[in-house]
Write a protein that binds this ligand. Structure first.
Ligand SMILES: O=C(O)[C@H](CS(=O)(=O)O)OP(=O)(O)O
Length: 243
């Protein structure tokens, strides 16, 4: 079996790629997919990603948790912002989380035409790699970025997932694009000190300046969670690996 596993630099570039019959792994390390992974790991039943604040308010139903940010800060009137640390089990257990963020939830919406849509981050990189291999579809690693600009931390995570896929004994031949080769090299260079690298990227520096150093540190942790948020009828639900 040969799999094509390409890295896509931004949401804007995703529009030009035919994602039908693909598995798309949406990566927004700082912080949307890290938040989504954490909420589901802490017992949320599902996450409904929406693009705008208006849609979030409209979709909200009694019993939901309303979460999201603009300019990194919690939206007025919402229950939670976009810090993974807010999504504790006391908030999340058995709840539907309606979430809108500046970039990550928009990227998920852009990927809906794919056959499979997964949410990836450093937190669940290995689990993403294993699930993507089991789905036996070509893979697009979508780096969400910030306001359509390339984000180093997302590409670094893409490089880690690609490395994990290539290292899996079940994988046949895996071929990638030029950006995939770059992401793989970057991961091999920064492997073992991911946090240092993430702190130095523009999103990391922005969050540090705003006092979110705990988020930058937590979102840089690798393979802490063994579930993969998977999109089913517009809802992200946890695909749990059999233990
Ligand atoms: O909440 C975040 O960390 C970012 C905000 S910004 O793009 O860095 O201003 O949003 P996300 O959708 O998680 O990238």
């Amino acid at each position: 079996m040969q799999l094509q596993v390409d890295v896509i630099a931004s949401i804007g570039e995703a529009r030009a790629v035919d994602l039908n019959q693909h598995t798309v792994i949406v990566i927004d390390v700082l912080r949307a997919t890290s938040t989504i992974i954490t909420a589901l790991a802490n017992g949320a039943a599902s996450v409904l990603p929406v693009e705008t604040v208006g849609q979030a308010r409209q979709q909200y139903a009694e019993g939901d948790v309303l979460g999201g940010e603009r300019f990194c800060k919690k939206i007025a009137g919402f229950d939670l912002g976009n810090s993974p640390h807010e999504y504790t089990s006391s908030w999340c257990l058995n709840k539907r989380i309606v979430l809108t963020t500046s970039n990550g939830t928009r990227a998920i919406q852009k990927a809906v035409r794919a056959e499979h849509v997964l949410a990836g981050a450093f937190l669940n990189a290995s689990a993403c790699a294993r699930l993507a291999l089991s789905l036996r579809r070509n893979v697009a690693l979508l780096c969400t970025g910030t306001q359509d600009a390339f984000a180093f931390e997302d590409a670094l995570c893409a490089g880690m997932i690609l490395h994990e896929m290539m290292s899996d004994h079940r994988a046949g031949t895996i071929v990638t694009n030029d950006l995939g080769m770059l992401a793989l090299s970057a991961y091999k260079q920064h492997k073992g000190h991911i946090h240092d690298a993430v702190r130095q990227c523009s999103s990391g520096k922005r969050l540090l300046k705003l006092g979110f150093s705990d988020d930058v540190e937590y979102c840089s942790l690798t393979n802490q969670v063994h579930l993969v948020p998977t999109l089913h009828e517009h809802l992200l639900i946890p695909h749990r690996e059999s233990s």
